[in-house]
Design a protein around this ligand. Sequence first.
Ligand code: DON
Length: 312
Amino acid sequence: MANDNLKHTDWQLIINEIANEVRPLLNEGKVADYIPELANVDSNAFGISICMLDGRAFSCGDAHTKFSVQSISKVFSLTKAFSILKDDLWKRVGKEPSGNPFNSLIQLENENGKPRNPFINAGAIVVADCVVSNTEDSLNTIIDFIRELACNKSIKMNQAMFRSEKAFGHRNAALAHFMKSYGNIEADVDEVLDFYFGHCSLSMSCEDVARAFLFLANHGVHPVNKRRYLTASQSKRINSLLLTCGTYDAAGDFAFRVGMPGKSGVGGGIAAIIPGLLSICVWSPGLDKYGNSLAGVKALELFTTKTGISIF
Ligand code: DON
C-alpha cells in the first residue's frame, strides 16, 4: 500500500483487533526458563505499540508493562559497535544466517571462532567486546544510549535478571572463552560477559522498544531528537541483517509470514520496522521452539496482512 493511502488508516483499531485475535494463542507458547528469572512473568501478557515517523504512537494491551528485552538489545550494541568500528566490524563477525539455534556452539570451531552473524549469542558477544574495548564505562554508556533512543531516562536493568543470567550463563561463557582462544575477544572475558548480560537484562515496555527502533525506520536518523546514529547505508545493512538473521533459524519463516526486518528476544518481545513509515513492538512471553514469541510472530503477521504494508 502506498504511504498516501495510509493517511486514513485507523492504526488503533488495527492493533485492537490484533490483540483480540491472538488472545487464544497466549497459552500455546512456552515461557523461557533456561534463565530462571525469565520464568517469573505473566504468561498471558500481550502488548503491542506502533510508533510512526510523524510522531504518533498507538498502543494496546500490556504495552506499558516492562519486560526483559534480552536479544532485542543486541541491535543497540550492534549499532554502537558499527558506528565505532565501521566496516572493520565485519572482520570479526559474519553476515550470514546461521541456520542454527541462537546459543549454538557447533559452527564456531569449523569457522575459526568467527560467529556467523551479530545476532546469535556468539556474534553478540563479539559485538559486546568491540564496545567494551572501545568505550569507557561501557555498560553505562550503552544504557544511556538506549535511554536516548527510547526517549526514556528511567530505563534500567533488572538486577535479579542480571544475576540469574550470570549464574546460569555457562553456554555464553563457553562461547566467549572459545572465541578468546581464537583471538576474537580482546577484553577480559568476564567484563565482556557482564556487559552482554547487562544489556540483555534491561527492562523496557513495547512503547520504549518501538520508539528506540525508530532511527532504523528513518535511514539512521531518530525522528524525535533528529540525531543521526548511523549513516543511511549502515542503517540499511542493519535492517538487512535483521531480515536474514534477526529471528535466528526461523528468519526465513518470519520473512515469509511477516515481511519486515525484526528482532526477537527470549523475554517474548519482537521489534520490527517498515522503512520510511513506522516501528512496532509486540510482547507476549510464550515462545515457539525457535525462541521467538509465538503470539508475537502471529501478531506481526496479522499486522502486515491487515494493513497490506510490508517491505516487499
Ligand atoms: O544470552 C542469552 O541466552 C539471552 N541473554 C538472550 C537470548 C535471546 O534473547 C535469544 N532470543 N530469542
